[in-house]
Ligand binder design. Sequence first.
Ligand code: THU
Length: 160
Amino acid sequence: MKEYNLTTKMRSCQWDELTEEQREVVRIAKEQTENSYSPYSHFRVGAAAKLANGIVMRGANQENAAYPSGLCAERTALFAAGAQYPDQPVVRLAIACYTDGHFTKEPGSPCGACRQVMVETEHRYGDKMEVLLYGEDETFVFESAADLLPLIFVSENLKG
Ligand code: THU
């Protein structure tokens, strides 16, 4: 038997340690929490996806009385980007979470399905997508979505 330790490469940044490009998407993700439709969880998530052409696609979680019919903020932004600008790589994605009257202190943590979609987005365009998870106390920065999902499943895996 072999045992492996998988490591995740990430940075924890304070606001003044982020670049202006990074702050731009974080600011928009924070604004986007206002567009969350979350009458069931009251957990507002905003997302901002910066495309190579400079456009920022905006997302927010959209819930539904039939719970599984809702969608996370990240996927609303990434799917809208794919649907409207299919030829534009996503260079950067930020998310922010707001509940109980304030942004979360801890960085938001994307669910497994969103991580899978992030990795597909990155793979689709053949380049890294930077991911920023905002929290009031610190922002986590991942150079690549793949860093959020070890042992990724991508198109090559379908070939056996
Ligand atoms: N949610 C997101 O929008 N993104 C995530 O990465 C985690 C969870 C949403 C889904 C649901 O509307 C609410 O947060 C509570 O789970």
